[in-house]
Design a binder for this molecule. Structure first.
Ligand code: AR6
Length: 231
């Protein structure tokens, strides 16, 4: 019976999560299909090994700062799985701060397929980039370049060749880009976060004073970039 109860609990949890994603979807938000929406991954917390608690604080605090400037536009933190720790941390911190959860929320799915597979209306995505702004390398960077095709590399090159930690660059997508056709994405904003992985460039050697400052700058640059598109 215990196993049966556990299975039921697990099934209920999964159903709840589905409902949760659905609640965030535009189908229930009426006019949300015209609301500018930025979907962004948690910068630096996977390959770059940045502390999740510290990152969650920075995400929530920067979102809190930008929400009043963004009008009706929405900020959506995305990760691949329902078990994502960064999504849970951010969700908990955001509700404790009483942020407007219709304009700042979390969503589970592949950031390149949130409309086609998740029913989310969005038009701008952020990329956790590398300093050379190159395709590949795994993580969300590889997924975005793959889904966008060669158009993204060319469009990126027209704007920048490299990126410093803490900075972001806004890249408009050509109308021929598959990401624009299939998902309605008009811009990619590349962001370079602080790196805590000894095997990657600009390793910060556990210096979280510098790391937190740089991650805060990264989200500030990202949200300013999104603001420049919305305005
Ligand atoms: N959709 C949504 N979220 C994703 C996806 C996806 N398709 N793929 C990964 N994530 P990471 P970083 C989440 O490692 O730590 C690259 O190689 C993932 O679960 O992509 O900033 C670059 O070239 C995590 O929550 O970025 C850089 O060299 C978040 O995206 C380096 O990794 C960020 O994970 C950047 O490392």
């Amino acid at each position: 019976t215990r196993r049966a109860t556990e299975a039921t609990t697990e099934a209920t949890r999964k159903a709840d999560e589905k409902v949760e994603n659905f609640r965030d979807s535009p189908a229930k938000l009426g006019s949300a299909d015209i609301v500018p929406t930025l979907a962004f991954p948690s910068i630096s917390t996977a390959d770059f090994q940045f502390d999740l608690e510290k990152a969650a604080d920075i995400i929530v605090e920067t979102a809190e700062e930008f929400l009043p400037k963004l009008g009706t536009a929405r900020l959506v933190l995305v990760d691949l799985s329902h078990g994502s720790k960064i999504l849970s941390l951010v969700k908990a911190k955001a509700s404790r701060k009483n942020l407007d959860l219709r304009r700042f929320f979390t969503f589970v799915g592949d950031i390149t397929k949130l409309h086609s597979e998740g029913g989310l209306h969005y038009n701008v995505i952020a990329n956790a980039a590398n300093w050379r702004l190159k395709p590949g390398g795994g993580g969300v960077n590889a997924a975005i370049y793959k889904a966008a095709g060669p158009d993204l590399e060319a469009a990126t090159r027209a704007r920048a060749n490299t990126l410093l930690p803490g900075k972001a660059v806004v890249v408009p997508l050509p109308s021929t880009c598959p990401l624009q056709n299939a998902e309605g994405i008009t811009h990619v904003i590349h962001v370079l976060g602080p790196n805590m992985n000894p095997n990657r460039p600009n390793f910060l050697n556990n210096d979280y004073t510098k790391g937190c400052k740089t991650l805060r700058e990264a989200y500030t640059s990202l949200f300013e970039g999104f603001l420049s598109i919305v305005q």
